[in-house]
Write a protein that binds this ligand. Structure first.
Ligand SMILES: Cc1cc2nc3c(=O)[nH]c(=O)nc-3n(C[C@H](O)[C@H](O)[C@H](O)COP(=O)(O)OP(=O)(O)OC[C@H]3O[C@@H](n4cnc5c(N)ncnc54)[C@H](O)[C@@H]3O)c2cc1C
Length: 446
């Protein structure tokens, strides 16, 4: 049997969050080890949009300037409806938004870590609490056993560490997203904006990364059983099939995509009430990133928020570290102090994550991803909803319609002959403020 190794801080998962957490700790002078199950660092999904809050975190990590050199700033957005041919400017938040190659982001984080931090080919199988100490015992598939003073699970949506904490599993939608890159060796003529074309049950979007590379993502309505294609050629065919009749530039982009970059993911998210009630610490074990709050691509925030987690977790641990004297404090005292740091981290994160997961939930429940294209049909354009973001049709029970006088008092949006599409103050604080806070959160290591 292998001897048990002792490591002070173990991070499970070498994705965006795990690497950022290790780097944030390193910037505070704290050593950690990252255990990644793959034999190489993964960068599945081609590109990733990083928003203002993510750039703020990358700046704190000292990697923003170099990453900025690899991509253009996104300066706006346009939605195109296939049925009507109408183009609409997308509401666009202020602040820096860029789409990065995932591989650049992973590389930028990894290459700033001290040698020996990342251990590849280390899949964590199980976690238990040591009966003799406040530490956790980590069992790896390769036979290694590690005793950790602090264990941070950054192992994504199907997290082993979240399972150990007893957190609820993610919820799946019958939607998938195919993502890829298309290279334009002589340059493309697209503006630096997000363009999305929406038609039927499919949607495709593109964002230029630089003058010769474009990231695209296609949302396809698919049942779980259909999502078997991992073969790039099949993925490409499936995507082309689902966007038949879309503008030629979009079709050509998919036809000429770089097959090595193609991947497909089932859409998943964490319910807001699971985040509100979740117990994110047990002893000296916690979670961050998708392991704590998977939110898919709906807000384009999962990665940026994972970077925020990293900064705040490192800051909380570093502050408590000053109170720990490793020479005189016993392991119980150290574990107690670490527990306090992790509680502070969870406290700082919880409401922000509840807000974001609520927004995600509203998006997947009431809007874009659950559109009935014929609901509230536009008279001029058959099959097209005038209010796609707000429409969700679900018939629970068929009843005789109310008379106007009966329903008016309970509908405060009802105003004479029209509905007023205006939110009340409580609604603004519930729906709009979180959006505003998304880019306003201060993420600072100090
Ligand atoms: C289709 C799609 C599009 C998206 N687009 C955007 C976007 O544009 N912008 C944005 O901000 N976010 C986006 N997101 C969300 C974003 O990708 C995630 O939030 C982000 O990748 C989370 O990073 P992570 O490190 O927490 O998890 P992951 O990226 O999943 O990394 C987890 C790591 O842990 C490793 N691991 C897992 N289990 C174990 C184990 N048992 N032992 C050891 N290692 C393990 C994995 O190999 C992996 O390397 C998108 C998500 C999807 C699905």
């Amino acid at each position: 049997m292998n001897e048990m190794e002792e490591i002070e801080i173990v991070i499970v998962g070498g994705g965006i969050c795990g690497l950022a957490t290790a780097l944030a700790l390193h910037r505070k002078g704290i050593k950690s080890v990252v255990l990644e199950k793959s034999e190489t660092l993964r960068a599945t999904g081609a590109g990733i949009t990083i928003r203002a809050n993510g750039w703020c975190a990358l700046h704190q990590l000292g990697v923003a300037s170099n990453l900025r050199l690899t991509s253009l700033t996104v300066q706006g957005g346009t939605n195109i409806s296939l049925a009507s041919g109408k183009q609409q400017e997308r509401p666009f938040e202020k602040g820096e938004i860029r789409c990065l190659r995932r591989s650049e982001l992973i590389k930028g984080l990894a290459e700033n870590l001290p040698p020996g931090t990342i251990h590849l080919g280390c899949q964590v199988l199980s976690i238990t609490l040591d009966p003799l100490s406040p530490h956790s015992i980590i069992q790896l598939q390769n036979g290694r056993t590690i005793k950790a003073t602090v264990l941070i699970g950054c192992d994504g949506a199907n997290s082993v560490v979240a399972g150990f904490l007893g957190l609820k599993t993610v919820k799946f939608l019958s939607l998938s997203q195919v993502r890829g890159f298309t290279k334009y060796p002589s340059g493309h003529d697209f503006k630096n904006e997000i363009v999305q074309v929406i038609g039927g049950h499919s949607k495709i979007g593109r964002i230029p990364i630089d003058n010769k590379l474009v990231y695209w993502f296609a949302t396809l309505k698919m049942n779980p059983k259909d999502v078997v294609a991992k073969d790039p050629e099949l993925l490409q065919q499936m995507t082309l099939e689902s966007i038949k009749g879309f503008p030629t530039k979009m079709l050509d982009m998919v036809k000429h995509s770089d097959q090595d970059s193609l991947s497909i993911s089932r859409m998943k998210y964490q319910a807001p009430w699971d985040i509100l009630l979740g117990s994110f610490r047990k002893g000296t074990v916690t979670v961050a990133g998708d392991a704590m709050h998977a939110m898919g691509p709906f807000l384009g925030q999962g990665g940026s928020v994972a970077l925020e987690d990293a900064i705040i977790l490192a800051r909380c641990l570093a502050r408590k570290r000053h109170e720990i004297d490793t020479k005189t404090n016993g392991s119980q005292v150290i574990a107690y102090k670490v527990g306090e740091a992790l509680d502070q981290y969870v406290k700082e994160r919880r409401m922000r994550l509840v807000q974001l997961s609520t927004q995600t939930y509203l998006t997947v429940s009431f809007g874009g991803s659950n559109i009935d294209p014929t609901a509230w049909e536009d008279k001029k354009f058959k099959g097209e909803s005038r209010f796609p973001a707000q429409v969700r049709i679900q018939i629970k029970k068929k009843c005789k319609p109310f008379e106007e006088d009966e329903f008016r008092p309970i509908l405060h949006h009802y105003d004479g002959p029209k509905f007023r599409l205006k939110l009340s103050v409580p609604e603004v604080s519930f729906y709009v403020l979180p959006t505003y806070l998304v880019s306003k959160t201060v993420t600072c290591l100090h």
